[in-house]
Write a protein that binds this ligand. Structure first.
Ligand SMILES: [Ca+2]
Ligand SMILES: [Ca+2]
Ligand SMILES: [Ca+2]
Length: 162
C-alpha cells in the first residue's frame, strides 16, 4: 500500500507544480480585462503573457538575478512571493482571501499540504521543502539550478506522462 501512496504523492507533486505555475500566471491575467488587443503599436511582439503562457516561461521567470538559471532558492522565493499576497511572510487564509475565489479554491488544498507543522500557515521554509521535490525533478543534472533546457524537458516529460 505504500506503493500506492507514493505514486499518488508523485502525481500530486506534478499537479501542484502545474497549479503553482497557474497561480503565477493568474495575477497577470487578472489585470487587463482582455479586450484591448494590442495597444495600436503595430502588434507583433506578442504581448508577453496572456493565457497561453508557456509553463517553461513561468518557471524561468523565477530567475530573479537573470543569470539564465533558476536556483532552488530563487524558485522557492518566486513561488512564495506570488502566493503571499499580503506580504506578511506566511501563506494563510488571508492570502487566499485576496485571490480570485476560483483560483484560491483550486490551489488552496495543494498549497496547504506544504504546511508541515499544521498551524494553518505556510512559511517560506515549509513551502521550500515541498518545492524541493519539484525542483529536483526539473534539475535533471542535479547541479542546483534549472536551465531553460531542463525546464523545457521537464515540462515535456510531464505532459507526456499525463
Ligand atoms: Ca538565477
Ligand atoms: Ca500572507
Ligand atoms: Ca506551518
Amino acid at each position: 500500500m505504500s506503493k500506492v501512496s507514493s505514486r499518488a504523492t508523485s502525481l500530486a507533486t506534478r499537479i501542484t507544480l502545474l497549479a503553482l505555475a497557474g497561480a503565477a500566471a493568474a495575477p497577470l491575467l487578472a489585470q487587463p480585462p482582455e479586450g484591448g488587443q494590442g495597444g495600436g503599436m503595430g502588434g507583433g511582439m506578442g504581448a508577453r503573457g496572456g493565457r497561453g503562457m508557456d509553463p517553461v516561461e513561468m518557471i524561468m521567470r523565477a530567475d530573479l538575478d537573470g543569470d539564465g538559471k533558476v536556483t532552488k532558492a530563487e524558485y522557492a522565493k518566486a513561488q512564495f512571493d506570488r502566493l503571499d499576497r499580503n506580504k506578511d511572510g506566511v501563506i494563510d487564509d488571508k492570502d487566499f482571501a485576496e485571490m480570485p475565489p476560483q483560483m484560491a479554491e483550486r490551489i488552496k488544498d495543494r498549497v496547504m499540504r506544504a504546511d508541515a507543522n499544521g498551524d494553518g500557515k505556510v512559511t517560506p521554509e515549509e513551502l521550500g521543502a515541498s518545492v524541493n521535490m519539484m525542483f529536483d525533478r526539473f534539475d535533471t543534472n542535479h547541479d542546483g539550478a534549472i536551465t531553460r533546457e531542463e525546464a523545457q524537458a521537464a515540462v515535456e516529460r510531464m505532459r507526456a506522462g499525463q
